[in-house]
Design a protein around this ligand. Sequence first.
Ligand SMILES: Cc1ncc(C[n+]2csc(CCOP(=O)(O)OP(=O)(O)O)c2C)c(N)n1
Length: 532
Amino acid sequence: MTSVRDATYELFRRHGMTTMFGNPGSTELPMLADFPSDFRYVLGLQELVVMGMADGYAQASGTVGHANLHTAPGVGNAMGGIFNAQANHAPLLVTAGQQVRPHIGIQANLTNRDAIRMPHPLVKSSYEPARAADVPHAIARAIHLAKTPPKGPAFVSVPMDDWDAEADPAATDRIIKRHVAGAPAPDPDAMEALAVSVEKATRPVMIAGPDIDASGAWDIGVQFAEKQSLPVFAIPATGGGRIGFPEGHPNFRGVLPPGIAPVADTLKGFDLILVVGSSVFPYYPYLPGEYLPEGAELVQLTSDPEEAARAPMGHAVVGDVKKGLEHLLGRVGEADRDIGESLPDPIAGEEQSPITGTAAMHALRNAFPDDGIVVLEAPSSTLALRNQLRISRPGSYFFGAGGGLGFGLAAAVGVQLAQPDRPVVCVIGEGSAQYAITALWTAAAYEVPMTVLVLRNSEYAILKWFAMVEQVEKAPGLDLPALDTAAIAAAYGLSTAKVEDADALTEALKTAIASPGPALVEVGIAPGMWLF
Ligand SMILES: Cc1ncc(C[n+]2csc(CCOP(=O)(O)OP(=O)(O)O)c2C)c(N)n1
């Protein structure tokens, strides 16, 4: 007899999903029984961490990530991470345990009484199979959905007595062998019209979004921008989970500001705004005004019909971003437009003590290896990092596009596991680090050689900036005195260093990046918003 468990693990094998991130409970143990030796289980100590690790792993490996959660309370803990995963378009299978079937009706302890509804608005699908024999099919369905654009998390709740039940061999065989190919190309007529618009435009501009990198279109985007002499901006940093264009490229013009009016202001003078692989736009805070500068037309190319439908202005073409850019590249001729000056080289700014966020990011620049990957969650230094590092390789930047803290440390573990040969540096505020601090335990326990750079400004600096924007005075809870993140990390088993000046920071980072195990460097920085 083939059990539901054996059939499901075979399904995972077929999809290359042999790494499982989880936090086990009694309701998950039957799934984990006789855990096959060709699988790797990565233990997270809390479900938000499990989600972030699986999210980073999925995005950086290009496979479907798998997060296995404890029943209702575990799904509850994971919800912020599920929110982030949908904003990141991270292809994720999220499974959760459930009480044995005879216990569900009487709502015995730990029953998830409405398992399907619980994660509902945040996932592409949410399902609990009607029969044990349907479990492999339900999980296959979730995997296919998770990896079909727009990618995202799909949820399956599995009653714990299902795993030892007998699978239907014929059905299982059919299900395991299925492929679902799905990255539909945009409509050729719409692409033809777009190509004509680009060629006709006097001052076109490209706005690069995260799906360029995620769809593997990095080089094609660069070739297209060069062929048509397009200046390129990145979408606002608040919502871009990945970088879509090399930020050290001569055509790169910077990161768009995040508010409605400032975006229109920055794009003044352009007549065609081509947004590729992004929503339009992940605005925040609310800074109302005109959405577009006068005389400008906007066209968005996105794989996500929902992103296309909800945009407040312009037109949209829905379809695979890589295929869309390939179409444009093949169709347009060379254009020699005057696109003005490249960005000046980043500078560290004047020395001061404590150092600025800008100086800290400059120090990181001086230590950052060519093949390095950044995972970022340092709100008041986000722009300083972008403007100092000018990351210019694909797959080298991951950011929690949803804005839910708890992504950074956890995702860094997953990214490093997916990319063991590339140095991963997680740059994180000391406040943000606390949301998923137990990810440090996983990094130490599994000898994940990532580096963590903690920026300590002893406050929630970004919230003080928001208080100014929102004209809020005397709000409590914005200071963080006496958080000793290095001491916490040492207790979890990381090697640690604490530094206060820029040169020492560069040296400490070089040592940490070269070290074979996980290492954390904490630096004191001045409070404030660091934009350059
Ligand atoms: C789950 C969650 N809770 C609360 C917030 C609100 N929030 C946004 S930024 C921030 C402060 C981050 O502090 P820190 O990491 O020290 O960075 P800094 O602002 O000082 O740069 C908070 C609490 C959030 N984004 N997500």
